[in-house]
Write a protein that binds this ligand. Structure first.
Ligand code: AMP
Length: 288
């Protein structure tokens, strides 16, 4: 059977028409939202989206509302030609790459309070309001059955899952695991900014989190674990720790004693590049 060519659409109405025609024919549709500059992490989400023969919609949009004025919106890596080639290889059915999603006079905000002010939100105050806004718009435009998100941005996933439940959105959220380079560095479009020396140092984040995870036991205080991570990162001269935290996997509130599902989350700067990583685990898994 020959496959249809991938559609590349910029107009939200054309996207909605296409997806509605698939759904009217009884097909299921999965959306993978991205900011482009695709890597193997994105491709793993596209492969998950394709499960059970679903139609795959990939959105590529460097969303201005999730960048603060001093952040890297202007320099965020972009290569649409390359992305479209990779998307075709990955058998994406539709690539939605809008020019802009915000018309003249746009004023609406979407906020998931509480969850958006901790961890990344403490360092990037309006970031998640931009994320929830753009993803809610994408969900309205695409109307997918499934929304596929990466564990790499775990706080984003927790917030969007909360938004979907709170607003009774008719979409199922699925999370794909973090895809890593051979030395453990989590894949990220921003890794391209790293100098060779910084790149060689960056796996310290994953290493430190993994060591802490293997020392985690039910009922133990989180403080010593966090301090061991801080020491490991401090020993790496290229790394400048922003935060490390042990939080409950649903509320994202700090846990002083480890139990249930926990996330160890970290952010650090390597020169001007800020990287994040996390380990999520249930203590039953590691305490046996
Ligand atoms: P981005 O293009 O960075 O906005 O990411 C788009 C989606 O890909 C988000 O759901 C991310 O969590 C996910 N993602 C980014 N990096 C990875 C990775 N290394 N492994 C798995 N998913 C990822």
């Amino acid at each position: 059977m020959t496959r249809d060519a991938m559609r590349v659409l910029r107009d939200p109405r054309a996207v909605r028409r296409q997806v509605r025609s698939w759904r009217a024919a009884g097909e299921s549709v999965a959306l993978v939202p991205t900011m482009g500059f695709l890597h193997a992490g994105h491709l793993s989400l596209l492969a998950r989206a394709k499960r059970r023969g679903r139609r795959v919609v990939l959105s590529i949009y460097v969303n201005p509302t999730q960048f603060a004025p001093h952040e890297d919106l202007a320099t965020y890596p972009r290569d649409l030609r390359r992305d479209l080639g990779m998307a075709r290889e990955a058998e994406v059915d539709l690539c939605f790459c809008p020019e802009t999603l915000y018309g003249e006079g746009f004023q609406t905000q979407v906020r998931v309070t509480g969850l958006e002010t901790v961890l990344e939100g403490a360092s990037r105050p309006d970031h998640f309001a931009g994320v929830t806004l753009v993803v809610l718009k994408l969900l309205h435009i695409v109307e997918p059955d499934a929304l596929i998100l990466g564990q790499k941005d775990v706080q984003q996933a927790v917030i969007l899952e909360r938004m979907v439940r709170d607003l009774d959105l008719a979409v199922r959220v699925e999370r794909g695991p973090i895809v890593r380079e051979a030395d453990g560095l989590a894949m990220s479009s921003r890794n391209i900014y790293l100098t060779p020396v910084q790149r060689a140092a960056a796996p310290v984040l994953h290493r430190a989190l993994q060591e802490a995870r293997s020392a985690a036991r039910i009922g133990r205080a989180s403080g010593p674990l966090l301090r061991s991570i801080e020491r490991a990162v401090a020993a790496e001269s290229e790394a400048d720790l922003d935060y490390v935290a042990a939080v409950d996997a649903t509320s994202l509130q700090p846990v002083s004693k480890l139990s249930g599902r926990v996330i160890l989350a970290i952010a650090a700067r390597f020169g001007r590049t800020r990287l994040i990583d996390n380990e999520e685990f249930s203590l039953r898994e590691v305490s046996s």
